[in-house]
Design a protein around this ligand. Structure first.
Ligand code: NI
Ligand code: MN
Length: 227
């Protein structure tokens, strides 16, 4: 089963797998680098890594329009419920949920998490998706951590890693992350949204090619690749 990934800009990804569409960290209408508007994207499931506005901004309106189930940590699911989102699946770090499209596990992330209105947003996380025989890791916003070696131990077809620096790993630490995770392919995320997190992704991809076994996929916002 092929999986098609589309980078919609910043940390927002759309993932088409079988008959399901997954939307990760929807931040579109307020995102200067977005390739789509919130009312243009489809979703059966919306996955939220943490409560920061650049990851959850459009989740409520897209969930209400599409009827998608939102997968997030317990605190964020509570917050979404108060905003009128009907279908949520709460997880917490280390926990997994079997879904019609595969298995979703919430992984560690070293970052912070609070809602824009000051509500608590639990612990930040990442997602390890098992889609048929494919494993895809979305690191979320995180610093480098050595347990990435454990996340990669079961084999990864793709790791999606932040490279923007300032708020997350930068290019050097993301390169170390690739070495720990050892994924077959890697895609950079969370960069070039604002001048503060501008990075040369092609140059990073060249370092990935020369120093690791992983194949980098660098696309522009709106660009796609398949696994
Ligand atoms: Ni964040
Ligand atoms: Mn962020």
């Amino acid at each position: 089963m092929a999986t098609e990934l589309t980078w919609l800009g910043h940390a927002t990804w759309s993932l088409a797998t079988g008959r399901h569409t997954l939307l990760i960290d929807p931040y579109l209408d307020g995102n200067p680098a977005a390739a789509a508007k919130a009312d243009e994207v489809g979703a059966d499931y919306i996955l939220i890594t943490h409560g920061h506005e650049d990851h959850i901004a459009d989740a409520v309106k897209i969930a209400k329009r599409t009827g998608a189930t939102v997968v997030a940590n317990y605190e964020i699911c509570n917050w979404l419920g108060k905003k009128g989102v009907e279908k949520t699946q709460p997880l917490n770090l280390g926990g997994a949920w079997p879904t019609p499209f595969g298995r979703v596990k919430m992984t560690l992330a070293f970052h912070s998490s609070v809602m824009a209105d000051g509500s608590p947003a639990g612990s930040p996380g990442g997602f390890l998706l098992t889609l048929g025989s494919q494993k895809i890791y979305f690191a979320g916003d995180t610093a480098l951590f050595s347990d990435m070696k454990l996340i990669g131990a079961g084999g990864l077809d793709l790791a999606v890693l932040p490279i923007g620096d300032v708020f997350t790993m930068g290019p050097d630490d993301a390169l170390e992350a690739v070495k720990l995770l050892n994924p077959k392919a890697v895609a950079p995320s969370h960069y070039n949204t604002w001048p503060l997190i501008r990075q040369d992704a092609e140059q990073w991809a060249e370092r990935v090619r020369s120093q690791t076994q992983s194949t980098p996929h660098v696309v522009q916002p709106g660009g796609k690749f398949s696994l």
